[in-house]
Design a protein around this ligand. Structure first.
Ligand code: APR
Ligand code: PHB
Length: 395
């Protein structure tokens, strides 16, 4: 039994981007941690997720020595395009605010993070199930879990809940202290990965009377496209032919003409939701990333928020171990939430602006939506505000 008892400073539950980056940042501060992940390493490394890194997030990754492959394999984009009324409106980040984003898949970043954990010899206990927490109101919490048929217990000073949208750690914040905020959007995104060159050299977010579409990419030979579908759609409702027809229809004709299609190599249906749970901490448990908040993918903020949360949390833990003061840990939740809500607002705004809301929007709402797009087209001030939010609020 003693063999299955470990002691560490911070037990990190969840080995997605939030958990693995946190463990790495803590190591840079000389703080030990163990990462407990439910899935297998290969499963986590194979997940296809979004791929837009904000300006400040990219800088942070470089500053901590994780920027090398991002800079070699990623693409700097100086702007993004909104399609409506048959043409493109470019939001020129570089010209408006001297910022950019980096197109680099979360899948690639996850690989970089696991490589960094391996190099730093930080334990990643994958295939760990049935995580339970004890004693988070005291000074020596424990994390218990099953791994390969055996029960393990980790004693620690702090627990980081980085276990994503279906995680268990948020349940340890008492309901009486917890307040949740939610908005469900009445549609889904259908996404495909296509082994073809991207239709455009920058992203295109399209508002069409029949619904939203997005043209994104992974590299010169690999494109990522999305179209808005109905709330109850499944992957089977979207054979490739229907997907490509719908996408073409929703793009400006001159763009659609250059679209290269092929049999898709990955297809997903994803619901859209805004969700925030406050506070992000209780006792010695601190939540970060999707475990605490969800944004719809419009605006690609999910990964960036996971990174800003763990950046704040690593600073606060570093201060605690350096000075003994828990002050920064006590303000972690407020500090993280203040940035989270700005991204929640922006993702909600972009979702409202770009989608068709069947049964919700009437003619008035559609006029307002169209007017907002025309306002962006006509006002540099409006474009600058959008650029600032898309390229990312400061950390
Ligand atoms: N025990 C251990 N690990 C768990 C448990 C559990 N009970 N439940 C979930 N996990 C793991 C998941 O398998 C996943 O690998 O926690 C990890 C959470 O990772 P993500 O879902 O990637 O969330 P996060 O690290 O917060 O990153 C947020 O990921 O979902 C995207 O769009 C989102 O880009 C955003 C980013
Ligand atoms: C993606 O490339 O998968 C992607 C890009 C931008 C988004 C969402 C997803 O807003």
């Amino acid at each position: 039994m003693a063999m299955n008892e470990l002691r560490t400073q911070v037990a990190v539950v969840g080995g997605g981007p939030a958990g693995s980056l946190l463990a790495y940042l803590l190591r840079l501060e000389g703080i030990d941690s163990v990462v407990i992940e439910r899935r297998s390493r290969d499963y986590v490394l194979g997940r296809v997720r979004a791929g837009v890194i904000e300006h400040g997030t990219a800088q942070l990754l470089r500053d901590v020595g994780l920027g090398e492959r991002m800079d070699a394999e990623g693409f700097v984009h100086d702007g993004v395009n909104l399609a409506f009324g048959g043409s493109l409106l470019r939001i020129d980040f570089r010209g408006l605010i001297d910022r950019y984003v980096v197109i680099y898949g979360q899948t690639q970043l996850q690989r970089d993070l696991y490589d960094a954990l391996d190099r730093a010899e930080i334990p990643l206990l994958d295939e760990s199930d049935d995580v339970t927490l004890d004693g988070i109101e005291g000074t020596e919490p424990t994390v218990t879990f099953r791994r390969h048929g055996e029960t393990h217990t980790i004693r620690c000073d702090y627990v980081a809940g980085c276990d994503g949208v279906h995680g268990v750690t948020p349940q340890y914040i008492p309901g009486s202290l917890r307040r949740t905020y939610e908005r469900i959007y009445p549609f889904v995104w259908v996404g495909v990965l296509s082994p073809t060159p991207p239709v455009n050299d920058e992203l295109i977010y399209a508002n069409h009377e029949t619904g939203f579409a997005l043209c994104s990419m992974r590299n010169e030979h690999l494109s990522r496209y999305y179209v808005q579908g109905s709330a109850d759609d499944s992957v089977d409702d979207w054979p490739d032919d229907r997907f490509w027809e719908t996408l073409s229809l929703r793009l400006p004709p001159d763009v659609a003409e250059t679209l290269v299609t092929a049999p898709s190599i990955d297809k997903i249906v994803t619901p859209l939701r805004s969700f925030v749970a406050e506070p992000m901490s209780f006792g010695r448990l601190y939540l970060a990333g999707d475990a605490a908040h969800i944004v719809p993918p419009t605006g690609a903020k999910g990964l960036n928020l996971a990174i800003s949360d763990v950046y704040y949390l690593s600073r606060a833990l570093a201060e605690r171990y350096r000075t003994g003061s828990e002050e920064a840990l006590q303000s972690y939740s407020d500090r993280a939430l203040s940035r989270v809500w700005k991204a929640v607002r922006f993702s909600w705004w972009m979702t409202q602006l770009m989608h068709r809301f069947p049964g919700v929007h009437d003619d008035f709402d559609r006029k307002i939506q169209r007017t907002e797009l025309e306002y962006l087209a006509g006002s540099e001030h409006a474009r600058r505000a959008m650029a600032e939010n898309y390229a990312g609020m400061p950390l």
